[in-house]
Design a protein around this ligand. Structure first.
Ligand SMILES: NC(=O)c1ccc[n+]([C@@H]2O[C@H](COP(=O)([O-])OP(=O)(O)OC[C@H]3O[C@@H](n4cnc5c(N)ncnc54)[C@H](OP(=O)(O)O)[C@@H]3O)[C@@H](O)[C@H]2O)c1
Length: 336
C-alpha cells in the first residue's frame, strides 16, 4: 500500500509513470492533479481507481494539501514551476507526518548547458561530461551557480531535510509513451516533423553537440524503482544521494538529424538526405526552445540508478526508433 500524488499525468513523462505505477503496483493509491475536464475523463476511463484532483500548478493550497496526505509526490508536470514545488515541500514537511515524505522531481538535462546557452554556442562539440555518481559535486555547483534553475536549487537545498528528495534530470527521452493522453516526446519528434514538413532535413550549426538519451519505458521503470524504495522506507537513495541522470546511450545531434533525413528518404517522404544548416534563431522560430534542446551538450552518464536501485535500462536505442518515429510523425501530419 502507499499513497502517491502525481502531477503531469496527462503528459508524456507523467503518463508513462502513471501507466507503470497503476499497472505494476496496483495496491498503490494514486491521486492526480488535472486542469482539463476532457482529459480527466480519459484518465478516469483508463485508470478507474485513481482519484482526480481538479486544479493547476498555481493552486498551491490544493497541491500542499495533497502532498500532506501522500507518502510520495511525483512532480512531473514541470521542471521550473517554483510555486508548486514549494507547496509540495511544505505539504511533505508538515509536523503531523508520522513517516518521511518523498518528493521525486522531474528536471531537464539543460541544467548542465547554462554556459552554452548564455554564450549562444550551439551545435559545437564539448569535452564536458557528467556522471550522476562521480560528478555529483560539480553538477550541484552548476545548479547553485544558476538561480534560474529555481526548482533544482530548491530540491538540492534539502540535503538535510526531513523530506526525502530525488532530482531526475531527463536527457533526450525517446520512444512512444504508454500514457493515456500525450505519448509523444519533444526533441527527436520535432526534428522529424519539421524534416517531413520542409521536405528536407536540417542541422543546427555543425551538429557536433551530444546528448545522452533514454527510452521512455526505462525512465518509467526508474520512477517505479524509486517509488518502491520510498515505500520500503529505504533511507539511502535520496537527498545527497538523490541526483539521477537516467541514460542508456549518447548521440550527436548531427547523427540524429542525418538518421532522420535518411529514414524520411527511405520511407519516400522526402527526396534528399542533404541537410540545410540553420541558425539558433531559425531553430527557435521552427520549434519552442529548439536552440537550447537541439543545440547544446548534455553528455550525461547514468551510474547512480544502476548502483543504488539495480535499474537496468533495456529500451530500444534511439537510432533504432527512427523508422517508427518517421511513421508516427507522417501519420500525425496526415501524410501516411
Ligand atoms: N520530454 C522530454 O524529453 C523531457 C526531458 C526532460 C525534461 N522534460 C520536462 O519535463 C516536464 C514534463 O515533460 P513532458 O514531456 O511530459 O511534457 P508534456 O507531455 O507537455 O506534459 C506536461 C504535463 O504537465 C501538465 N501541466 C503543465 N503545466 C501545467 C499547469 N500549469 N497546471 C497543471 N498541469 C500542468 C500537462 O497538463 P495538460 O495535459 O493539461 O496540458 C501535462 O499533463 C516538462 O517541464 C519538460 O520540459 C521533458
Amino acid at each position: 500500500m502507499g499513497k502517491v500524488f502525481i502531477t503531469g499525468a496527462t503528459g508524456y513523462i507523467g503518463g508513462e509513470v502513471l501507466h507503470q505505477v497503476a499497472t505494476l503496483r496496483p495496491n498503490v493509491k494514486i491521486s492526480a492533479l488535472n486542469r482539463d475536464s476532457a482529459k480527466a475523463s480519459i484518465l478516469r476511463k483508463a485508470y478507474p481507481d485513481i482519484e482526480i484532483i481538479p486544479g493547476d500548478l498555481d493552486n498551491t493550497e490544493v497541491i500542499e494539501n495533497e502532498a500532506k496526505g501522500a507518502d510520495v509526490v511525483l512532480h512531473l508536470a514541470s521542471t521550473n514551476h517554483i510555486g508548486s514545488a514549494r507547496a509540495i515541500l511544505k505539504g511533505l514537511s508538515g509536523p503531523s507526518r508520522k513517516h518521511p515524505g518523498y518528493w521525486l522531481q522531474m528536471s531537464g538535462a539543460t541544467m548542465v548547458a547554462a554556459a552554452e546557452i548564455k554564450e549562444g554556442r550551439y551545435g559545437e562539440a564539448s569535452d564536458k561530461s557528467y556522471d550522476d555518481f562521480h560528478d555529483d559535486e560539480s553538477v550541484r555547483s552548476l545548479i547553485t551557480a544558476n538561480p534560474t534553475r529555481a526548482v533544482d536549487n530548491l530540491v538540492i537545498a534539502q540535503e538535510d531535510s526531513v523530506v526525502r528528495t530525488a532530482l531526475i534530470a531527463g536527457p533526450c527521452i525517446h520512444g512512444k509513451g504508454d500514457g493515456p493522453v500525450n505519448q509523444r516526446s519533444i526533441q527527436a519528434p520535432e526534428i522529424a516533423r519539421l524534416t517531413l514538413e520542409r521536405k528536407k532535413g536540417f542541422r543546427l550549426g555543425k551538429g557536433q553537440n551530444v546528448w545522452g538519451n533514454v527510452h521512455i519505458h526505462d525512465l518509467g521503470r526508474l520512477f517505479v524503482a524509486l517509488l518502491d524504495a520510498a515505500l520500503a522506507g529505504d533511507s539511502q537513495v535520496w537527498n545527497q544521494n538523490g541526483l539521477y541522470f537516467p541514460e542508456n546511450g549518447k548521440l550527436s545531434f548531427g547523427e540524429l538529424y542525418s538518421a532522420i533525413a535518411k529514414e524520411a528518404v527511405e520511407q519516400k517522404f522526402i527526396e534528399t538526405t542533404d541537410l540545410d544548416e540553420i541558425t539558433a534563431a531559425e531553430a527557435n522560430q521552427m520549434s519552442t526552445h529548439a536552440a537550447a534542446i537541439w543545440g547544446t551538450n548534455a553528455i550525461l552518464t547514468s551510474s547512480r540508478a544502476q548502483a543504488q536501485l539495480k535499474w537496468k535500462p533495456c529500451g530500444t536505442a534511439l537510432l533504432d526508433e527512427i523508422p517508427d518515429l518517421i511513421k508516427s510523425e507522417a501519420k500525425r501530419l496526415g501524410y501516411a
